[in-house]
Design a protein around this ligand. Structure first.
Ligand code: MN
Length: 236
């Protein structure tokens, strides 16, 4: 049987314009039965139309902060590096994939790009914009393979089917987060401090964004492995 081809968006080094792909994404997709296809950063809209026609699904990977202009804000003091080129490339691909009703998985920056692309907003910096009596380390102080906080899964969502539980242990390496979910998106997981950790689109074949990094967890965590399986299966 032919494997579904999953386009993966690249990391962009804004100092020297290099692009790169973490093997974690590639291995997670391979293990789930998909064929990862690293996508270039440069190219025209027409090039992206053709490239996406080679894909059965789109994985929006982790990375730097989306530019605040994308959700109508000026740059807050603690916003970090941005890549306008990657913003443009990923928002274009998101739009094309949505029009094709292609399955989409967003990881970390990916959930933020999905939310911004569909009209939602972000916290530019959690520590300076969100106060909590028990501040959760959304930038965890230890390795990504080790979970650091819990998320509560919304009942009846696609994510709850995948997770098979109402609570998941996740890792966390973000300083930004979804603030207002975009119209049409449903919150499918929140952290105990109330921050949104997953979004999905109910009236769509498969559109799921997670704020954590299941690509570092799937080898030990069956729920993280099922997330990649559910995604690649929906791409067949
Ligand atoms: Mn988190």
């Amino acid at each position: 049987m032919k494997k579904p081809v999953i386009g993966i968006t690249p990391a962009h080094n804004t100092e020297n314009d290099d692009i790169s792909f973490r093997p974690t994404y590639v291995n997670a997709i391979l293990h789930a039965g998909g064929l990862p296809l690293p996508l270039p950063l440069h190219g025209s809209h027409e090039d992206r139309v053709q490239l996406l026609s080679l894909c059965d699904g789109l994985l929006l990977s982790g990375g730097p902060d989306p530019h605040p202009f994308l959700f109508g804000e000026d740059t807050q003091l603690h916003c970090q590096n941005v890549s306008p080129l990657r913003d443009e490339m990923e928002l274009d691909l998101l739009d094309l994939a949505l029009k094709a009703r292609m399955p989409i998985l967003g990881i970390c920056r990916g959930i933020q790009i999905i939310n911004v692309g569909l009209g939602g907003t972000l916290y530019q910096d959690i520590p300076s914009q969100v106060s909590s009596g028990f501040p959760i380390a959304h930038k965890q102080p230890f390795h990504y393979h080790i979970p650091s906080h819990h998320v509560r899964i919304t009942e009846g969502t696609r994510l709850s089917q995948i997770a098979g539980d109402s609570r998941l242990q996740v890792n966390s390496m973000h300083h930004q987060a979804v603030r207002d979910p975009a119209p049409g998106l449903m919150v499918s997981a929140v952290a105990d401090d109330g921050l949104i950790e997953a979004l999905e689109k109910p009236d769509y074949p498969f559109l799921l964004g997670v704020q954590w990094h299941p690509e570092y967890l799937w080898e030990k965590d069956p729920a993280a492995a099922r997330l990649f399986l559910a995604f690649t299966e929906s791409c067949r």
